[in-house]
Design a protein around this ligand. Sequence first.
Ligand code: ADP
Length: 267
Amino acid sequence: MSEPRVDTVLKIGGSVITDKNGELAAKTNEIDRIAEEIQKTKAQGLVIVHGGGSFGHPYAQRYGLKEGFKQESQKVGFSETHHVMTVLNGLMMDALVWHGVQAISIAPSSCLITENGRIKDFVDAPLKRYLNMGFMPVLYGDAVLDTKLGFTILSGDQLISYLASKLHAERIVVGVDVDGVYDSDPKTDGNSRLLKNLTLQDLKKLRTKLGKPTLSDVTGGMLGKITELVPAVEQGIHVTVVNATKPNYVYRALKGDPVEGTTIRKE
Ligand code: ADP
């Protein structure tokens, strides 16, 4: 099978498509708007990954899934967490399909296994074949099996970096609910500054400087994202972080048009 050409791996943050202060609180208008923006780009070679927000995270946290299998009572929590992610994914798919996008949902829990939380085996043949046929695969952060832990939580952020490297993508676009990467959390620090251009070296420095992720997010806020992005940036993949809650920012980022946000390059 020939290698598919992948231009962009797009991450849509859970903070964009759900209300993180609620539980199972989908922002359906936002989901619809983003689906429409994706459709408008007529993008080829695009892979989408979305986060869990108020669907996956509260369940994963309640059952302590990230730390792995410790007791039988967690198993129903594993089922619930995966299930609510399929519900959120269904809303995303609904919007994409009804906007006429040839999107196809791929469940990480069915095609990959981690080892101590890191992706180890990924059955990529269907994904690649879908891409070769011009489909747009849609994946998400999920509850997955783990060779050492029994099971764990896979973040959408680990997935984007992994997929972009594996598929030799040109770039990663990360859509979040803030204007880009700041020198501190803009939601808690009124003096934080937006960092418009970062190199790999800047990114590594920032990783050590940034604070702890919020409690409700089991996979790690901006610090988690930066940590995951480092290996992709090392491989020369360009990253753009934009505010996906602002209309047409995702559209412009996908088109490669100038848009406010953070650009991360190796040098
Ligand atoms: P998502 O669910 O969209 O993937 P997260 O909530 O995991 O996003 O991460 C984005 C959040 O990270 C922002 O809403 C912001 O409050 C927080 N954050 C913490 N530190 C920073 C930083 N230095 N720059 C930007 N955002 C930050």
